[in-house]
Design a protein around this ligand. Structure first.
Ligand SMILES: [Cu+2]
Length: 124
């Protein structure tokens, strides 16, 4: 086996893993750009297996940041999959900018009994 054959065999073995990593990186990189834009912001704290506040009311264009205060991982997954975080370790955060009005129910995919909602209304 030549060096390049060995390398391509290694790449093919790692292909699935790299593809999964790319998805995770895309999910992480995606929300970073809108979060950098100046605009209204709001925060949700995750603590004791609870999203606080459980219902958050914001104007269109608001960037919401969830921060995990628990010592175990949690995720933030919108029920319609319009946004989805990677597992957040302690003090990790995830941001999403809401560009349209509506109600966005979400949950933790690791603990599906953990639920919350963001109510987005038209900017006045
Ligand atoms: Cu959780």
């Amino acid at each position: 086996m030549t060096l390049s054959e060995a390398a391509s065999a290694a790449v093919s073995r790692r292909g699935r893993h790299l593809a999964a990593l790319a998805v995770v990186l895309a999910a992480v990189a995606g929300p970073v750009l809108p979060a950098a834009a100046a605009g209204p912001a709001a925060t949700v704290t995750i603590a004791n297996f609870t999203f606080e506040p459980a219902v958050l009311d914001v104007a269109v264009g608001t960037t919401v940041t969830w921060t995990n205060g628990d010592d175990i991982p949690h995720t933030v997954v919108e029920t319609g999959k319009t946004f989805k975080s990677k597992p957040l370790d302690t003090d990790d955060s995830f941001s999403h900018t809401f560009e349209s009005a509506g109600e966005f129910a979400y949950f933790c995919s690791l603990h599906p009994h953990m639920t919350g909602k963001v109510v987005v209304h038209a900017a006045d």
